[in-house]
Design a protein around this ligand. Structure first.
Ligand SMILES: Cc1ncc(COP(=O)(O)O)c(C=O)c1O
Length: 400
């Protein structure tokens, strides 16, 4: 917080003050700036040889040492993200969400171990497991996203980690995180959750017992589609290994991008509230359209795990998919090409709307995706909901 007090506050207040430590924004005479500035650094200068020697070999977290270990710019965002996950020990930042996923996995897995990976995980997460981890002797088994506590039956002597992503990429299945966490804890198995969609404002992962909560900060934290950034927030007992692995891998998020992350974080609660409200209105509108076969939005009963969303989440994001009825590749492309307010491109979580054709069948192994429906993924931005609905109506006409 801003060091102004320790009264408990809500999330909207917390995102405004989190990580703004007074000694990172103020001079000793008490004057200061609002935002921790961008400290760009490789060399850190020491006052004397004795000072330099005293710093070496010590825990350098949050202390000036060398640029790769960060500066107050990165520490401020890391601390802010820790504050948003009640009960967490610490956060490490990365140059992308994928880098964060990989570091989280490497901090809990060793050769000979087995990873249980949710079948609906983001494709590059699957790719890392299937190539890099495999090459280093770590096996991966995929599990059904709708498997709750029954995941216990999959554990073997070598199972060391369960990776969750809830809701899942492209198809938005909501997982029973508390049940999976309970089963994993009973066996001493680590849990990692990609919490990018809900953010800690929508789902408090560490409070739910998750060991490592991953965010592709590129999405809602940055919020403006102009920087790549990732984070892992660790539960007590998990942070030291995460930090050591990250140091050894030479991971450092650029101070400029960390600053953009902090800038984005201050408005994240209000942006998310709009994304969520507008996306839900649009998802409901689409569900009523005869051209639409199915809407995959966690807040709608048509989405697998909807009841878990209602039980566990405080809020959600603005990303969901829907299926065009009887669509062909050509009619799906015609729909997307006809949209004027939706960009066509990867990523999401920025202020602008996006549309993307998605084909989950290529990224499944535990439960084959057999639906012939052509899916479109929508990122609902901060434009007016009515304008977006009018644009989508126009697109649906073009797809006929
Ligand atoms: C759910 C999810 N996790 C992780 C990532 C990776 O983030 P980045 O693009 O910052 O590497 C993405 C990117 O689209 C994502 O959708």
């Amino acid at each position: 917080m801003t060091d102004r007090g320790d009264r408990p506050v809500g999330d909207a207040t917390r995102v405004v003050g989190a990580g703004r430590r007074r000694d990172w924004t103020h001079t000793p005479d008490g004057r200061g700036v609002v935002n921790p500035p961008v400290w760009r650094a490789s060399t850190i200068l020491y006052g004397s040889v004795a000072d330099l020697r005293a710093a070496a070999g010590r825990d350098t977290h949050h202390r000036w040492f060398y640029g790769r270990r960060g500066t107050p710019t990165q520490w401020s965002l890391a601390d802010a993200l820790t504050e948003l996950e009640p009960g967490a020990e610490g956060t490490y930042l990365y140059s992308s969400g994928v880098a964060a996923v990989c570091a989280a996995l490497l901090s809990v897995l060793s050769p000979g171990d087995e990873l249980l990976l949710v079948d609906s995980a983001y494709d590059p997460t699957r790719a890392f497991a299937g190539s890099f981890l495999k090459r280093f002797g770590i096996a991966t088994r995929y599990y059904d996203p709708m498997l709750g506590g029954d995941i216990a039956a999959l554990f073997t002597e070598s199972t060391r980690a369960v990776f969750l992503e809830s809701p899942g990429s492209l198809t938005f299945e909501v997982q029973d995180v508390p049940a999976i966490v309970a089963a994993a804890k009973a066996r001493g198995v680590a849990t990692i959750l990609d919490n990018t969609w809900a953010t800690p404002l929508g789902f408090r992962a560490v409070e739910a017992g998750v060991d490592l909560s991953v965010l592709a900060c590129t999405k809602y934290v940055v919020g403006h589609s102009d920087a790549m950034l990732g984070s892992v927030t660790a539960a007590p007992g998990r942070f030291a290994a995460l930090r050591d692995v990250s140091f050894q891998l030479g991971q450092v998020a650029s101070p400029d991008d960390a600053w953009l992350g902090s800038r984005g974080l201050r408005t994240m609660a209000v942006r998310l509230a709009h994304h969520e409200k507008s996306a839900l209105a649009i998802a409901r509108w689409l569900a009523d359209r005869p051209e639409v076969a199915r809407v995959l939005h966690p807040a709608l009963p048509s989405c697998p795990g909807h009841e878990l969303f209602a039980r566990d989440f405080r809020g959600g994001g603005g990303l969901f998919s829907f299926a065009l009825r009887n669509a062909t590749e050509a009619s799906r492309s015609a729909f997307i090409d006809a949209l004027q307010l939706f960009g066509i491109g990867y990523s999401w979580g920025g202020y602008e709307s996006l549309a993307l054709p998605v084909d989950p069948a290529r990224h499944r192994s535990a439960v084959p995706w057999t639906s012939p429906d052509k899916l479109v993924r929508l990122q609902i931005g901060l434009e007016g909901t009515d304008d977006l609905i009018a644009d989508l109506a126009n697109g649906l006409m073009a797809a006929q």
